[in-house]
Design a protein around this ligand. Structure first.
Ligand code: 8Y7
Length: 281
């Protein structure tokens, strides 16, 4: 049985887990950003949890292509009131941030996981998470959100993402972070054209370095629009197909907006693939 150490929780990875997105940005690309409306954010988080999210991922800084950074204080003001309310529930709370100051504040307020699109490369980030037992997602990104889609270039996208993740695993080990806390993520859409995303997805199993669990986040993303020709609000079917394919390729955490639908899709995949029919099993 493989397990992820995730703060207060030890999560079994015997079936793929659903990470439900809770957007606290006013300008989320997928259209569900809640800005500083704390009450609305808590209602949305509750709905994601009740729909079957195994982890709630709170993000207060937009990382959509072309976005500008958010100030530290603004990010904390959006996050901390919501985090404090969710702490009372029995669900792991992940914080999507690349700022070490936000990591420290969120962990002090009881967050269980840090989801870092920058893979702990910011000065002080490794130190911010090393002590304690939070789960950590190390994601690959080429460039930064402001410019990452301008001209992503790879000679060998799978080889380069693998080399990057291997280097970040090594940095975590040097910092004293146990492997059971780590999750790896190719970072779909983060400094990647469609062809790069497709090659990474097709060869997903090659990215599970050291047998570590993989997280896949493609829900509603542009790559699905490019495949189907559909606008943002018509990408549910595409997102569910991608979730099932990711699970079939061994992804252990699927990061999504549409939790209830993803849960059904994964339950069917699980049952038809000869695994347990019980969702919670
Ligand atoms: C991802 C992510 C986003 C992803 C991880 C969106 C914060 C864009 N995408 N974190 N964050 N993996 N680990 O579509 O793919 O939600 S933001």
């Amino acid at each position: 049985m493989s397990v992820l150490a995730c703060g207060r929780f030890r999560l079994s990875l015997d079936r793929p887990l659903i990470m439900g997105i809770v957007n606290l940005t006013p300008d989320s690309f997928s259209g569900d950003g809640l800005g500083r409306d704390t009450a609305a954010a808590i209602v949305h988080a509750r709905a994601q949890w009740e729909a079957g999210a195994d982890i709630l991922d709170l993000g207060a800084e937009s990382t959509r292509p072309g976005s500008e950074p958010t100030s530290l204080q603004e990010e904390l003001d959006r996050l901390l009131p919501v985090l404090e309310a969710l702490r009372e529930w029995d669900v792991p709370i992940s914080i999507d941030t690349y700022k070490p100051e936000v990591m420290r504040a969120a962990l002090a307020a009881g967050a269980d996981m840090i989801n870092d699109i920058n893979a702990l490369r910011a000065p002080g980030a490794l130190e911010a998470v090393a002590a304690g037992n939070c789960g950590i997602c190390l994601m690959h990104m080429q460039g930064e959100p402001r410019n990452m889609q301008q001209n992503p270039v790879y000679a060998d996208v799978v080889g380069e993402v693998r080399a990057f993740l291997a280097e970040r695993i090594a940095a975590c080990r040097v910092a004293g972070i146990a492997d059971e806390r780590l999750v790896l993520d190719p970072g779909f859409g983060f400094g990647k054209h469609l062809a790069h995303n497709l090659e990474l997805f097709a060869r997903l199993p090659e990215l599970a370095l050291e047998g570590l669990p993989l997280l896949v986040g493609v829900c509603r993303k542009r790559m699905l629009g490019e495949i189907t020709g559909r606008p943002l609000d018509e990408r549910l079917a595409a997102s569910l197909a991608a979730a099932v394919v990711a699970a079939g390729k061994g992804a252990k955490i699927i990061r999504v907006h549409d939790v209830a639908a993803t849960r059904d899709a994964l339950a069917v995949w699980n049952a038809l693939d000869g695994k347990s029919t019980a969702i919670g099993a």
